[in-house]
Design a protein around this ligand. Structure first.
Ligand SMILES: NC(=O)c1ccc[n+]([C@@H]2O[C@H](COP(=O)([O-])OP(=O)(O)OC[C@H]3O[C@@H](n4cnc5c(N)ncnc54)[C@H](OP(=O)(O)O)[C@@H]3O)[C@@H](O)[C@H]2O)c1
Length: 316
């Protein structure tokens, strides 16, 4: 009888305990009290999920925050929401479609003309498990948006970041990078394609890019970090019914977007992190990267191949 009663009460108990369980599981909290008046920030994919919460926190600290979104209407709605909650009117929306190098170049051109400085660039936008598709420039969607799009954006904004030093670049990667491999002979997934693995490969590319960029930026005053935000309730699972089910099944163990933003914020704000440039963080701590992610030869080759695909010089 007692057991039956307990079983009947279990959903209610779980419901009451959910906030506590979530708090326990999301140990990483950015405790920095750095304020950002006069600082300029770009967050890509800031109209929803982790990016939106990252932008909100940075706006709360007084920065001028650019929401770089492919859907300007959605972005404007979020900008109004952030302005209302933070009281910061300097939340601006600009069109950026990372699946189109023309859009990336147009975004960067306008930004460079508009702003004297850029102190923080958060390369956050991402897609996961899309059916096989290509960007406007013919790149496979995951590698095109998650890696090449941010690679080009960073290249175009780098001089501004250097001029604004100390400045930081945060690349939002994932724990999924551990399953990733850079198959140079099949970078565009034309020989074989798995939507899940394509995501992992692109997230590995984020970690390799961060490390190679850090090596090249030594002494410039610009530092860079890659992060795993945790498993976060967001729209990322939109292309996979299975993943949506999994996220629902394990909802107790999944972070809110606000909790998911903490490691990006930690890397963007924490004082004294400069010597760890190039490192990978999770839950606001240094974390292990996969074997391939530590391979400098692969990082350098990926850099050269990315430059080649995008028509960029390799020595930046
Ligand atoms: N959620 C997780 O559990 C998790 C775990 C590990 C890593 N991450 C990483 O965290 C980052 C943020 O993801 P999220 O969970 O917040 O997902 P989300 O809610 O789906 O947000 C992704 C954002 O990226 C934008 N985006 C997608 N394609 C774009 C494009 N071509 N150009 C410009 N923006 C584009 C989306 O814009 P639209 O709304 O217009 O589509 C959206 O704003 C991603 O890099 C993801 O890989 C997430």
């Amino acid at each position: 009888m007692v057991v039956l009663l307990l079983l009947l009460c279990l959903p209610f108990i779980l419901y009451l305990a959910t906030p506590k369980i979530r708090k326990m599981l999301s140990s990483g909290v950015c405790t920095s009290n750095v304020q950002l008046p006069g600082k300029v920030v770009i967050v890509t994919g800031a109209n929803t999920g982790i990016g939106k919460e990252t932008a909100k926190d940075l706006a709360q600290r007084g920065a001028r925050v650019y929401l770089a979104c492919r859907d300007v209407q959605k972005g404007e709605q979020v900008a109004r929401e952030i302005q209302a909650t933070t009281g910061n009117n300097q939340v601006l929306v600009r069109k950026l479609d990372l699946a189109d190098t023309k859009s990336i170049r147009a975004f960067a051109k306008d930004f460079l003309a508009e702003e004297k400085h850029l102190h923080i660039l958060i390369n956050n936008a991402g897609v996961m498990m899309c059916p096989y598709s290509k960007t406007a420039d013919g790149f496979e969607m995951h590698i095109g948006v998650n890696h090449l799009g941010h690679f080009l954006l960073t290249h175009l904004l780098l001089e501004k970041l250097k001029d604004s030093a100390p400045s930081r670049i945060v690349n939002v990667s994932s724990l999924a990078h551990h399953l990733g491999r850079i198959h140079f002979h099949n970078l565009q997934g034309e020989k074989f394609y798995s939507a899940a693995l394509a995501y992992c490969h692109s997230k590995l590319a984020n970690v390799l890019f961060t490390q190679e960029l850090a090596r090249r930026l030594k002494g410039s005053g610009v530092t860079t970090y890659s992060v795993h935000p945790g498993t976060v309730h967001s729209e990322l699972t939109r292309h996979s019914l299975f993943m949506r089910w999994m996220w629902q099944l394990f909802f107790l163990f999944i972070k809110t977007p606000q909790q998911g933003a903490q490691t990006s914020l930690y890397c963007a704000l924490t004082e004294g992190l400069e010597s760890l440039s190039g490192s990978y963080f999770s839950d606001c701590h240094l974390a292990w990267v996969s074997g391939q992610a530590r391979n400098e030869t692969i990082a350098r080759r990926l850099w050269d191949v990315s430059c080649d695909l995008l028509g960029l010089p390799t020595d930046w």
